[in-house]
Design a protein around this ligand. Structure first.
Ligand code: PXP
Length: 231
């Protein structure tokens, strides 16, 4: 059974919209864990549009499961992660203007900085995942950086379901490179179904659809519903 990592960025989005103290991502994380989430993911963006440094520090102190920190490959972020030592880091590309992470990390072009970041994080005991497009060359380059995991970007599959085969091939390629294979981006309660029971997906990282469902039916039930699809 694949694990479920819940991304709670958009709880913080709602808070930042009004500059209030609520809704509190820490409370959301605790509810997700009680409902069966296997890990909590937050993306500390360069522009701090949702998650703030304090959120990450507090989550590290209070989570009962695992903290997965999404971040860009920048000196500032690598320093923060080396100090904080989350359980894992997922390196993502980041553009200020984007609404959400648009494509995968180009590990081939950014090979040296990525490899360096992986090395520094691994030295601190932090496992590293690379968020990449479902592309064989990116998977092979990811392996060469020393990263332990890849997270296959499912965004293109979510908007073009006919691309499912590319995701399935990527899972095979990751396995043949001996990389732990995660998947995420754009997944919802419907489009996860063809992937939900794939034995070689270690963990799904899902945010927007769970938080959106939570607005209507509550976070506890929204996480339980997603977890049930993975059983
Ligand atoms: N994985 C990564 C690397 C992401 O950047 C995001 C979006 O922050 C997600 C998973 C979750 O995507 P969504 O919010 O569409 O479920």
């Amino acid at each position: 059974m694949a694990l479920l990592g819940v991304n709670i960025d958009h709880v913080a989005t709602l808070r930042q919209l009004r500059g209030t103290k609520y809704p509190d991502p820490l409370a959301a994380a605790a509810l997700c864990e009680l409902a069966g989430a296997d890990s909590i993911t937050v993306h500390l963006r360069e522009d701090r549009r949702h998650i703030q440094d304090r959120d990450v520090e507090m989550l590290k102190k209070t989570l009962q499961t695992r903290l997965n920190l999404e971040m860009a490959v920048t000196e500032e972020m690598v320093e923060i992660a080396c100090d904080l030592r989350p359980n894992s880091v997922c390196l993502v590309p980041e553009k200020r203007q984007e609404v959400t992470t648009e494509g995968g990390l180009d590990v081939i072009s950014l090979f040296e900085p990525v490899k360096n970041a992986v090395l520094r994080l691994n030295e601190k005991g932090v496992q590293v995942s690379l968020f990449i497009d479902p592309d064989q060359k990116q998977i092979e380059a990811s392996k060469k950086t020393g990263a332990q995991m890849v997270e296959i970007h499912t965004g293109s599959y979510c908007s073009h379901p006919e691309e499912l085969h590319q995701i399935l091939k990527s899972i095979e390629w990751a396995k043949s490179c001996d990389l732990i294979c995660n998947a995420g981006h754009g997944l919802d309660y419907i489009n996860i179904q063809p992937l939900a029971k794939h034995s070689d997906i270690h963990e799904f990282n899902i945010g927007h659809s769970i938080v959106s469902r939570a607005v209507l039916i509550g976070l506890d039930q929204a996480v339980r519903d997603m977890k049930a699809l993975l059983l």
